[in-house]
Structure formats: C-alpha cells, structure tokens
Design a protein around this ligand. Structure first.
Ligand code: DOR
Ligand code: ZN
Length: 336
C-alpha cells in the first residue's frame, strides 16, 4: 500500500542552533514542506535582526529549496505596536511561554496579568499575528494544562479576533475547549498520540519520552487521537520535536523533549492506517494548517509505503529519536 502526502507541515518544531541545527534542519527539510520554528534559543529570539539571522542559519543548514522555516518571535509584554508592525513580514506567529515552564523559557511571562499583556495582544490582533501558547501553569505536573484552560478561555474571550493556538495539547480538557471558542486552535504532537505517562514512568524510566507537557492518562490520549484521526479542522500536526544531546537526556536532570521529526510521517501513517483513517492524514498534516495560517508552502510530495522501516538508533552520533532501533510499518519512498 502506498500513500502520497502533499506539502506536509510541522506546526511546532525546535531546530535550535549549531550542532543540533546542523543535525535537525536537513532531516525536517527532507520530508516537510515547512515548519513553524520555535524561538526558545539562548538568548530567546526577540528582535527582528535575530529572527532574520536565525532564518538564514536554518536555510544554510537545511540545504533544501522546498522547505520554508516559518519564524516565530518569543513573546514579550513590552513589544511596541511599531515594532510588531515592522517585524510582521518576517514572522508567522508569536510564541508565549509562561516563565520557567519548559526548556529555555526563563524569560517568559511571569504571572498572567491580562492587563499587562493586553497592549501587545491587541496589537497582534489588529496586525493578525497569531499567538501560540505553551499552556501550562506552575501547578502539579499532571494538572498544569487543565489549570491553564481558564487562561485560554480568558484570552479567547477578551481577544476574539486573535488566533490563539494551544500548542501541543495533551488533555481531554483542551480538546473540549477547542469547540467552545471560535478563535482557539491546537497542535497535537506525534508522541502524545502514542504514549501515556505509563510509557514514560510506568516501568523503567524512559528519558527519551520525557517532555513538557508530560504525557497524560489513557482517556486524554484517546481524546487527542479522536481529534487527530478525524482531522478536526481546528487541529494541526505540530511535532514539538525537540532534540537534546544524548548525554543531556540520559542524565540526572534529564532535559525535556522528544526527537521525532525524522520519523514523524512514517509513525503518523502507521497510526492513521491502524485506525482506518489514512484518508484524513493529509488534512491533519497539511490542509488544516494551510487554512488556519493562510500559508502556501513550497510544493512537495512525500510518498510513503507500507514496508517495514528500521528506525536509526541515533542521528548525527548524538540525538536519539523516538522508536530508536525499533521498526515502523511505513517508510518514506520519495520526497520532492
Ligand atoms: O519537551 C519539551 N521540550 N517541551 C517544550 O515545550 C520545549 C521543548 C524543548 O525546547 O526542549
Ligand atoms: Zn515546543
């Protein structure tokens, strides 16, 4: 069995810099037509010069003309409307991190004072710049996303013309919130469709599956699966693929992040095939995102075939992917 996907898009990708960028960028560029690139570098991407320079570094490493890095800016509440207007042409969205909730987010928003955030959010709304949010509170780890839902609701209500993307949702609560507000959208990762907390910590600890938000309960995964498999029109694939060197994962103080970019389409094909939903995969990995972000990515056709694919143990001698050393049922035959 063979399927073709046109212009696959990854709506949430960490490409990082230097060695990680050199390893990851060509891999994403091979099978994706575009990716929304996260700004949590050290220091974070907060200026127009930094956005432009980072895009150049990505293009330099990607070495693939049919790949567009869609850039984001790290949310700051002191951006002026003039600055946002001038940077608008270089970015597709702004990413908001609550301070300290995940990797390199220390410069994020402290507390959630809507009055303090309002001027930037209003300007974004007027300029039609979408807001992407890492929606977790500082509460108990399993409850952080659910506790954040009222904040999403406040944002959605107070800024009805602002497109708000709930990034990497992991709970049934978030799936339900999607349909309550017209301006709420969501990305779903590969790993949250496959795993629950049991896969991370139910047996021997699996550091390569440790990520933020942490994987949740079976009923949460079931809700995510349902939304993804039917390609709910407000839901997009966003891998949240987040490479860390092996020594940072297999260590006390294991870094959060699952590296999925090079095996994402194969594993999605396997999952959608298993559930008899292959016909909806094109919408989940591309069409919904094209509509939501009004983008026209470079043409790319990726052909996948139902043939066993052995996942490499490591990429670039340093990054361990999800399913490392395992077998997936689908492989990429061609991309171009
Ligand atoms: O697991 C994660 N890793 N979640 C995030 O939100 C950030 C990411 C990273 O940058 O490593
Ligand atoms: Zn992320």
């Amino acid at each position: 069995m063979v399927i073709a996907l046109n212009e696959p898009l990854d709506r949430h990708l960490h490409l990082r810099d230097e060695k990680m960028l050199e390893i990851g960028a060509p891999l994403s560029a091979e099978t994706f037509s575009g990716a929304l690139v996260m700004p949590n570098l050290v220091p974070p991407v907060t200026t127009q010069e930094a956005v432009v320079a980072y895009r150049e570094r990505i293009l330099g490493c990607a070495k693939n003309s049919s790949f567009t890095p869609y850039m984001t800016l790290f949310f700051r509440s002191d951006y002026t409307p003039q600055f946002l207007e001038s940077v608008k042409e270089d970015i597709l969205a702004i990413k908001l991190y609550p301070a300290g909730v995940t990797t390199n987010s220390d410069g994020g928003v402290e507390g959630f004072d809507l009055i303090e955030l309002a001027p930037v959010l209003e300007a974004m709304s007027e300029l039609q710049i979408p807001l992407c949010v890492h929606g977790e509170t500082g509460g108990f780890v399993m409850d952080r996303e659910s506790e954040f839902i009222p904040i999403y609701e406040k944002l959605a209500k107070n800024f009805p013309d602002l497109k708000i993307v709930m990034e990497h949702i992991t709970t049934k609560d978030a799936v339900e919130a999607l349909d309550r507000y017209e301006n709420l959208y969501a990305t779903i990762t590969l790993h949250h469709l496959y795993i629950t907390l049991d896969d991370v910590a139910g047996g021997l600890l699996q550091p390569h599956l440790f990520c933020k938000p942490i994987a949740k309960r079976p009923e949460d995964r079931a809700a995510l699966l349902q939304a993804a498999l039917k390609a709910h029109p407000k839901v997009m694939f966003g891998s949240d693929s987040a490479p860390h060197p092996r020594e940072a994962k297999e260590a006390p103080g294991c870094a959060a992040g699952v590296f999925t970019a090079p095996i994402a389409l194969q594993a999605l094909a396997q999952l959608f095939d298993k559930h008899g939903a292959l016909d909806n995969l094109q919408r989940f990995v591309s069409d919904n995102a094209k509509n939501i972000y009004s983008i026209n990515p470079p043409k790319k056709e990726v052909v996948l075939e139902k043939t066993a694919y052995l996942v490499p143990e490591m990429y670039g001698g340093s990054v361990v992917p999800m399913f490392a050393g395992g077998t997936l049922e689908w492989r990429v035959v061609s991309a171009g």
